[in-house]
Design a protein around this ligand. Structure first.
Ligand code: KIV
Ligand code: ZN
Length: 382
């Protein structure tokens, strides 16, 4: 099995989102949980962006025991100075620096040209390298960057000391096949590529962030940048819990991570409550309905054998058990199962009568709870 590093950017790209702002104390609690869960790199913030973010990076650097702590910068000397200062106390510090490389970014953001961008990339990596050994370079909007130019810039920043090459699909534009081919192209055309790790950083504008990241690692990337619950700019970043479970469930990929998956649900809840952003109920892995079954056909299958409709054991991600939800779409098997759970062992005749009454009540409301069920059972005996 090959190891894919998990780079969590919940506290940087995730926290950039309006309404997701975290104070230093909340960031420390989240950073500690990420470290405990086995995240390899924690992107703690963008130190030059505000004094609060600077302080958070300082405190996280002091606190984190195992993970590398990373600070984001632009390809600007002052940013790098400030990040280096904020990371001084980190056991394993990393500076993340970079610049936009697509024609759109070069022309409209920087009013510049490829040669100047290349020079800025090289000098920012060399400068960051004068503070720390571990320097990650991001080619912003790499998803829309011409592969030849991207390969050239990657080769030059590796010469300047970059240890990790971040290939962001900043706008979430790529298709999985194209993103995978981009990584493959770099593996095959950057002469010194063995000196660096390629990292996937995908946004979810077309709902493809997880698929793109997985395509990236299938094609040779060995780091994925992601956030808990997929929070992040616009439609969000790659969701950590999704990529971890894809690799865990598809053993034939031969890829593994250090993440203790049993902690995923708890960390998801923690981030959701600290950010004040609810998790959508149908969210893969950690949504409230991820292990809930409500239609009669599915319930009957799950009661007979959980694997008929579940590809993940809920316990593997920290959820106690699958749930059988009673709605007007439920069948007799689900009703008998739930009744038994609360102490009513119904025979066939009783079940038929209770089911008739149950459907009348269920048709009027969304769900039947354990509190209501005894009343339905008792009233149908009359
Ligand atoms: O999406 C992106 O390109 C980024 C970079 C700053 C790494 O978040
Ligand atoms: Zn991003």
């Amino acid at each position: 099995m090959e190891h894919v590093k998990i780079f969590d950017t919940t506290l940087r790209d995730g926290e950039q989102v309006p309404g997701c702002k975290l104070d230093t104390n909340s960031k420390l609690i989240i950073a500690e949980s990420l470290d405990e869960m086995g995240v390899d790199i924690i992107e703690a913030g963008f130190p030059i962006s505000s004094p609060g973010d600077f302080d958070s990076v300082v405190e996280i650097s002091k606190l984190v025991k195992n993970a590398t702590v990373c600070g984001l910068t632009r390809a600007v000397k002052k940013d790098i100075d400030v990040a280096a200062k904020a990371l001084e106390k980190a056991k394993k510090p990393r500076i993340h620096t970079g610049i936009g490389t697509s024609e759109t970014h070069i022309k409209y953001k920087f009013n510049s040209n490829r040669n100047e961008i290349l020079e800025r990339a090289i000098s920012s990596v060399s400068y960051a390298k004068s503070f720390v050994d571990d320097v990650e370079f991001y080619a912003e909007d790499a998803g829309r960057t011409d592969n030849d130019f991207l390969a050239r810039i990657c080769e030059e920043v590796i010469k300047a000391g970059a240890t990790v090459l971040n290939i962001p699909d900043t706008t979430g534009y790529c298709l999985p096949e194209d993103y995978g081919n981009k990584i493959k192209y770099l593996k095959e055309n950057v002469r010194n590529i063995e000196k660096a790790t390629i990292s996937c950083h995908c946004h979810n504008d077309l709902g493809l962030a997880t698929a793109n990241s997985i395509s990236g690692v299938i094609n040779g990337a060995r780091q994925i940048e992601c956030t808990i619950n997929g929070v992040g700019e616009r439609a969000g970043n790659t969701s950590l819990e999704e990529v971890v479970m894809v690799m865990r469930q598809h053993k034939n990929l031969n890829l593994m991570t250090n993440i203790n998956s049993k902690l995923l649900y708890g960390v998801s809840k923690l981030v959701s409550s600290k950010m004040g952003v609810p998790v959508q109920p149908n969210k893969a892995i950690v949504g409230a309905n991820a292990f809930a079954h409500s239609s009669g056909i599915h319930q009957d299958g799950v009661i007979k054998k959980r694997e008929t409709y579940e590809i993940i054991d809920p316990k593997d991600v920290g959820v106690d058990e699958s749930s059988i939800v009673l709605t007007a779409r439920s069948g007799r098997a689900a009703l008998a199962y739930r009744a038994k759970n609360i102490g009513f062992d119904l025979n066939k005749l009783e079940l038929d009568k209770v089911y008739e009454r149950f459907l009348k009540v269920a048709d009027k409301q969304k769900e039947i709870s354990d509190e209501e069920l005894p009343k339905i059972i008792e009233s149908s005996k009359l």
